[in-house]
Design a protein around this ligand. Structure first.
Ligand code: GTP
Ligand code: SPV
Ligand code: MN
Length: 593
């Protein structure tokens, strides 16, 4: 039962847009909810949703003295991450989805999903959630409506997107001009992993998701809309929808450079986006502001540059590893008005996770008394959901309807061996090749084995809504006369020594690498060594003065192992060649030059 807040009488009166009313009525006829609630996005509605979930026991208030407005949701233990093997892109032509996606014919997918949705909302409330991805007045923003029977999803959508009456007005205004909104239908169903599917229909801008309440599977504005469907739309319309953070880097000279960075899930986007430079850098005037931490939509501007918006309005961040040392901005922002999912709690009911501090938790993520024999106290993919504006480093430019101009694009993976701290691509085409060849060790953000090296081009393997061959060609197409494209770099914060420890201190110290990048962008530093993988900084170009690094560790972090790289490149080329005839000429060749 989830009959909160009080439903409206009839779906027919929800919107001025007939297409929306008709769709809601159609979904209600299929799913048979007890009540229908059109979300307005108000504070009162949010409060009443939380209250309802607390009453039914699906949300637990945390310590309100230390964490006002904070709550804990414990998910079903089998529903803790994205399920890539159950995620499909259902294009009319199989080849349009590409070998990078699971595919099903649209008619079969609809039949399968509609059978699951049949009567699934009996005894529940159907929520209509209008949302806008991007600043509400931005020409670059796109709208959608999610229908869901999960108040947890509604509350999370309220934090993560511009949700409610303003979004509905825009949808109605655009609908009157014939513009289509993204239709996302979601039900948590019985949370049976055997009856769980996330289906995308890019040609119809539609999503159907059943059987999971977890973030990327259920908050349909995020990965389903803003990446899988948006990447499809972006290709048709000449822009890019990417799995990237956006940060503003203020230099001592007073310039601000905006940098977009694509790292796979749980590989450091939130942390880099909220970086606090070490004291010596702060004293010189370096500062980082946060525009976005997960998704970036980039449009070519009239000036030839790429202009980016963050389509989201909140953060759905990884809790484990977040601490006053690693990410003080994040820790500060999640002290209030935050929904936690699958963290542990201390004996005085504060949220806790591995890496936070040395307290010992009282209960683990499943609510069991903590026993290390059961594994980590917090689930490794435990998350927080919070409004973006609560971040101390939040950039007001996140609300700029025109977005921000991008100076540099960074690709990076979690690679314990081989891949150096940083290198620069020679040009755009080489940069696309570097991005397309990216590999990373898998994390807990998706179900399956952790720590396995997998090719994850542009950190988009789970999120590109069409054929990767076409996607790489689309990237290459931005290099045309008049374009002032960003420089492209590759980083790796995760290189390990023989003792299994990270060689590079990471986090705030990553500013040293960003500093080199903007010096390259400004032209104030001439390029370093042209190696077989790209341009490397020389030792003197990186400011490493006051960090303790043994010379042999530094050699490893900054050097190239030529033989091992040759093997890596052959492997990357072989993987790229799997994209067959749609792979742009040159990308699959073993000679990158
Ligand atoms: P998604 O939200 O899944 O897309 O992840 P993300 O890319 O935003 O990753 P996030 O910043 O949340 O980091 C994931 C994990 O990597 C956390 O446990 C971090 O503490 C850790 N991490 C982030 N940056 C660094 C770094 O510079 N060095 C090391 N060693 N670990 C890092
Ligand atoms: C990711 O897995 O990349 C995330 C979390 O950002 S989710 O919303 O589940 O996709
Ligand atoms: Mn992500």
């Amino acid at each position: 039962m989830n009959a909160v807040p009080r439903p409206q009488a009839s779906p027919a009166h929800g919107s001025r847009l007939a297409a929306l009313n008709d769709w809601v009525a159609e979904v209600a006829a299929l799913t048979r909810p007890d009540a229908i609630h059109w979300c307005d996005g108000s504070d009162a509605e949010y409060a009443s949703l939380l209250e309802g979930m607390v009453a039914e026991g699906t949300l637990l208030p945390l310590n309100q003295q230390t964490h006002p407005g904070c709550y804990l949701h414990r998910s079903d233990p089998d529903d803790v991450a994205r399920v890539e093997h159950l995620t499909f892109v259902c294009t009319r032509e199989r080849d349009d989805a590409g070998p990078n996606n699971h595919w099903m014919p649209p008619a079969d997918a609809h039949a399968k999903m509609d059978a699951l949705f049949d009567g699934c909302m009996r005894g529940r409330t159907l929520y209509v959630v209008p949302y806008c991805m991007g600043p509400i007045d931005s020409p670059l923003a796109r709208c959608g409506v999610e229908i869901t029977d999960s108040p947890y999803v509604v509350a999370n959508m309220r934090l993560m997107t511009r949700m409610g009456v303003d979004a509905l007005s825009r949808i109605e205004r655009e609908g009157a001009d014939g513009k289509v909104f993204v239709r996302g239908l979601h039900s948590t169903g019985e949370l049976d992993p055997e009856r769980r599917f996330i289906m995308h229909f890019p040609e119809d801008l539609a999503i159907k998701s059943f059987g999971s309440g977890y973030g990327g599977n259920a908050l349909l504005g995020k990965k389903c809309h803003a990446l899988r469907l948006a990447s499809w739309q972006a290709r048709q319309e000449g822009w890019l929808a990417e799995h990237m953070l956006i940060l503003g880097l203020e230099t001592p000279a007073g310039d601000t450079h905006y940098i977009a960075a694509a790292f796979p899930s749980a590989c450091g986007k939130t942390n880099l986006a909220m970086l606090i430079p070490p004291a010596s850098y702060r004293a010189k005037g370096w500062k980082v502001t946060t525009v976005g931490d997960d998704i970036c939509w980039m449009h070519p501007g009239e000036d030839g540059r790429l202009w980016a918006i963050n389509p989201e309005a909140g953060y759905f961040g990884v809790a484990p590893g977040t601490s006053a040392k690693t990410n003080p901005n994040a820790l500060a922002m999640i002290q209030r008005d935050t929904i936690y999912t699958n963290v542990a709690v201390t004996d005085d009911n504060q949220p806790w996770w591995e890496g936070l501090d040395d307290r010992v938790p009282a209960f683990d993520w499943q609510g069991r008394p903590f026993d290390p024999a059961n594994g980590p106290a917090a689930h490794p993919n435990a998350r927080f959901t919070v409004r973006a504006r609560q971040c101390p480093s939040w950039s007001p430019r996140a609300e700029d309807p025109q977005g921000v101009p991008i100076s540099a694009i960074v690709f990076g993976g979690r690679r314990s061996t081989l891949v150096p701290l940083v290198f620069e691509a020679r040009d755009w085409t080489h940069g696309v090749q570097v991005g397309a060849s990216m590999g990373s060790e898998t994390t807990a953000a998706a179900t399956g084995a952790v720590g396995v090296m997998r090719r994850d081009p542009m950190a988009m393997k789970p999120f590109c809504g069409y054929h990767f061959g076409d996607y790489f060609a689309h990237w290459l197409s931005f290099d045309k006369p008049g374009a002032k494209l960003p420089k492209i770099f590759h980083v790796n914060w995760f290189r390990k020594g023989e003792d299994g420890k990270f060689l590079w201190p990471g986090f705030g110290e990553n500013i040293r690498v960003l500093e080199w990048m903007v010096a390259r962008v400004d032209g104030s530093v001439v390029s370093g060594e042209d190696s077989d993988i790209g341009l490397l900084p020389t030792r003197t170009q990186l400011d490493l003065d006051d960090i303790a690094l043994a010379t042999e560790d530094l050699d490893r972090l900054l050097g190239i192992e030529h033989d091992a790289w040759a093997v890596e490149r052959d492997a990357a080329v072989a993987d790229l060649n799997a994209y067959g005839v749609r792979l742009p000429v040159g990308l699959g060749s073993s000679d990158p030059a």
